[in-house]
Design a protein around this ligand. Structure first.
Ligand SMILES: *Cc1c(COP(=O)(O)O)cnc(C)c1O
Length: 222
C-alpha cells in the first residue's frame, strides 16, 4: 500500500469521529512527506526541533507542524515562530522558555502538557500532580504567550490491550480533572492527544481527539 492509500484509510476510519490525524514524519525524507502532503493532508508531527525546522523550510508553508518529542530549551526558538502545537511540554522550565521566545515575536503558542501514563521509566512527561502544580504556579499565571490546549500521553509499549486501555482511561480522567479545575469555561482546552500506530483504535474508543501515527502511514522506521 502507498503512503497515499494509508493516509486515506486512516482518515476514513476517523471520519465523523472528531479525531484529528497527526502524520508523524520523523526520519522520513522530504520527498516522502511531499507524497503525503499531496493527498491534501496538512497536519504533520516531528519529534526533533532541528528536523522540524529544516523540513519546514523545504516543504509547503501551509503545513501545520506539531512538535511531539522532548524539546530542549535551547531549541525552543527554532520552532516557536511557526509551530502549530507543542504537544510535549514536560516541565515548567520549558514552558517559561517557550513563553519567553513567544513574547519576543508577539505570538501565542498552543501547547499540550505531556502526562506520564506508561509504566516505562524512560518516557518523558509530568505526573498529573506536577501538571497541576505548574498550572497553579504564579509563574504560569504570568505567561501571556502560552495557551494550554490540552494534554498528551503515550501508553506502555505492550501487546496487552488491557494495560493500554487503562492508561488511556487514566489520561482521559486527568483531562477531565484539569479541565474542571483550571479551564472550565475555556473552549480551547479540548485536546487529548493519545494513540499511535499500534494502539490508536483503543485510543479512539477511549476518547482521543488527536492520534499521532507514523509507521502505519510510512512503514517501519529503521
Ligand atoms: C514516533 C512517535 C509517534 C508515532 O509512532 P508510530 O508507532 O510510528 O505511529 C507518536 N508519538 C510520538 C511522541 C512519537 O515519538
Amino acid at each position: 500500500m502507498s503512503v497515499k492509500e494509508n493516509i486515506q484509510n486512516i482518515l476514513s476510519e476517523l471520519k465523523g469521529k472528531k479525531v484529528e490525524l497527526v502524520a508523524v514524519t520523523k526520519t522520513q525524507t522530504v520527498s516522502v512527506i511531499k507524497e503525503a502532503y499531496d493527498t491534501g493532508h496538512k497536519i504533520f508531527g516531528e519529534n526533533k526541533a532541528q528536523e522540524l525546522a529544516e523540513k519546514r523550510e523545504e516543504l509547503p508553508e501551509d503545513i501545520e507542524w506539531h512538535m511531539i518529542g522532548h524539546l530542549q530549551t535551547n531549541k525552543v526558538k527554532m520552532i516557536v515562530p511557526f509551530v502549530k502545537l507543542i504537544q510535549s511540554v514536560d516541565s515548567l522550565h520549558l514552558l517559561k522558555e517557550i513563553n519567553k521566545e513567544a513574547e519576543k515575536i508577539d505570538r501565542i503558542v498552543d501547547c499540550l502538557l505531556q502526562i506520564k501514563i506508561a509504566k516505562e521509566e524512560t518516557k518523558y512527561g509530568l505526573d498529573v500532580a506536577e501538571a497541576v502544580n505548574i498550572l497553579q504556579s504564579p509563574e504560569f499565571e504570568k505567561m501571556d504567550f502560552i495557551r494550554i490546549a490540552g494534554i498528551m500521553g503515550m501508553a506502555t509499549l505492550t501487546e496487552d490491550e488491557q494495560i493500554i486501555r487503562s492508561e488511556f482511561k487514566h489520561l482521559h480522567h486527568y483531562f477531565n480533572l484539569i479541565k474542571d479545575q483550571f479551564f472550565r469555561d475555556r473552549t480551547h482546552f479540548k485536546e487529548i492527544s493519545m494513540g499511535m500506530s499500534g494502539d490508536y483504535k483503543i485510543a479512539i474508543e477511549e476518547g482521543t481527539t488527536m492520534v499521532r501515527i507514523g509507521s502505519l502511514i510510512f512503514g517501519e522506521r529503521n
